[in-house]
Design a protein around this ligand. Structure first.
Ligand SMILES: Nc1ncnc2c1ncn2[C@@H]1O[C@H](COP(=O)(O)OP(=O)(O)O)[C@@H](O)[C@H]1O
Ligand SMILES: [Mg+2]
Length: 488
């Protein structure tokens, strides 16, 4: 195979400008050979490692600017690689190259003789109709796969995985087959979850979600709602364990005015609020026996009877229930109705614990970091050690714990890089470990002051917002020398 760019001899006076230098040194050089991807330059005196600008003066067009990088320097001159920031410059340079093609009839790419320069070369198959206006566009399109191939052959597997991830998430905006961009997972366990989710979402079936605390049951319930025909209706979540038993019935089913002391007005229950949508009953294992019976009746006839009312209302709600407790055990102990269990259990999705999700741990951590970075407009990254620590940690507290550790790392890191210590993954509290070599930490200092201000300088409140302990908060204040003056 020949080359993918035509290279011609030329004589172009140019200026070189070193971007990264304070003195913005300019130098006059001459381009002796030119192709779209690179050039041979004479007169370049300095050995450069960074990008620089080169401004050739093209006859007819005038001066254009390109970015360049030195590839090698020899007796005959310096070989440089060229980069374009706009299409017009590329077109102008191409026209210059085209006008300097030697007047032979052989193919300028592979040297194959006797080519008519119309259509494509018989040997290398590249398009040769140089007089066509859109020649450059077509040539780049035609050679795209080959150009990519040359680069791909230099990559290892890890590079390729990174690229695929980048292309999927940033360019094509595919979130690895997950049903929603905020729902992260590519491990086999999560792919099973996603596939079940897609199957059941469009149906009217009740769904039971099982999994340890923080494995994403609520996220799954929301996705079920979004992927269903009810997506334009309400999604209402009730935590059955968080509401005292005496209030739960009224909360769920609503009440009539005067139904009990304090019922001054008629109030809608959660079932009615979720009419036309989805009702998420979290911690269903904690539902008291009387309400288990009421829920079972609802699942059978779809009728809701508010407390103190003689009438029942027809309600159109899909039930998604979740629990992290062992319902089999609760049934054996007589705490959960078997008939209700079988009603709910017709379709069950089990969320795997984070420790069984392989590289999802790193993907989730990266996702949370990107989210915090965007929210705070402060861009951070993990060190290699941090990623390794994330992989190794047993994650007893699941995704919520991971999110908190990443948040902690985001707040605690002094520079742009998050180490395992900042996330307390090695049981070290960074706030109380003196910095061996003080790093610029003004971003963190500013952040701490901002949080203190937002919380009226109440240490306990600020600590809670940052999700760190009070001693850690004091240590941070001390570490940054935040004085009473800063805090008024
Ligand atoms: N697969 C996931 N992708 C993104 N965020 C997740 C995922 N799983 C859980 N989370 C996040 O972790 C936290 C806990 O999830 P949640 O659904 O409340 O868990 P559970 O209801 O099982 O206790 C939430 O902040 C949620 O957004
Ligand atoms: Mg939950």
């Amino acid at each position: 195979m020949g080359r993918l760019d035509v290279r011609v001899r030329t004589h172009l006076d140019s200026t070189v400008c070193y971007l990264a230098r304070e003195d913005t040194l300019e130098e006059r050089v001459t381009i002796r050979e030119l192709s779209l991807s690179g050039a041979l330059v004479v007169g370049l005196s300095t050995q450069l490692s960074e990008l620089f600008a080169i401004r050739p003066v093209l006859p007819g067009t005038g001066e254009v600017e390109l970015l360049a990088k030195l590839v090698r320097q020899g007796k005959g001159g310096s070989a440089i690689r060229l980069y374009y920031s706009d299409q017009n410059t590329m077109q102008a340079l191409w026209e210059h190259i085209r006008d300097h093609l030697p007047p032979t009839s052989s193919c300028p790419y592979c040297g194959h003789p006797d080519d008519s320069r119309e259509g494509s070369c018989d040997n290398c198959n590249l398009y040769l109709n140089f007089s066509k206006k859109n020649y450059l566009e077509r040539h780049i399109e035609n050679t795209f796969a080959q150009r990519l191939n040359i680069r791909l052959s230099r990559l290892n597997l890890e590079h390729i995985q990174k690229i695929i991830h980048f292309v999927d998430s940033k360019l094509l905006k595919i979130q690895h087959r997950s049903p929603d961009r905020e729902f992260i997972g590519t491990s086999p366990g999560m792919l099973t979850v996603f596939s079940m989710l897609r199957k059941v979402a469009p149906t009217e079936m009740s769904v039971l979600l099982l999994g340890e605390s923080g494995t994403g049951k609520e996220v799954t319930a929301r996705s079920l709602h979004t992927l269903s025909g009810r997506r334009d209706g309400p999604f209402v979540a009730v935590n059955c364990a968080a509401i005292p038993e005496t209030l739960l019935e009224a909360e769920l089913f609503g009440y009539e005015k005067g139904a009990f002391t304090g019922a001054y007005a008629t109030k809608k229950g959660k079932f009615e609020s979720a009419d036309g949508g989805t009702l998420f009953l979290d911690e269903i294992g904690d539902l008291p026996a009387t309400l288990q019976a009421k829920l079972l009746r609802f699942l059978e006839d779809r009728l809701v009877q508010p407390v103190g009312s003689a009438l029942s209302k027809k309600i159109d709600v899909r039930i998604v229930a979740a629990t992290n407790c062992d319902l089999q055990l609760s049934m054996a102990q007589g705490r959960f109705r078997t008939d209700l269990f079988y009603r709910l259990n017709s379709f069950t999705i089990k969320l795997p614990p984070l420790r069984e999700r392989g590289d999802d741990k790193v993907r989730l951590a990266t996702y949370f970091l990107e989210k915090f970075s965007r929210n705070e407009n402060r861009f951070m990254e993990f060190s290699e050690e941090a990623l390794e620590a994330i992989r190794r940690h047993p994650w007893p507290g699941n995704v919520r714990e991971l999110e908190n550790k990443v948040r902690r790392g985001f707040l605690m890191a002094s520079g742009r890089v998050i180490d395992p210590e900042c996330m307390e993954l090695d049981q070290v509290d960074p706030a109380v470990v003196p910095d061996p070599e003080p790093k610029p930490a003004s971003a963190q200092r500013d952040y701490v002051i901002k949080v203190l201000e937002q919380n009226g300088y109440v240490i306990a409140k600020a600590a809670r917002q940052m999700q760190i302990s009070r001693p850690s908060m004091y240590a941070l204040i001390k570490k940054h020398g935040i004085s009473r003056d800063d805090m008024k």
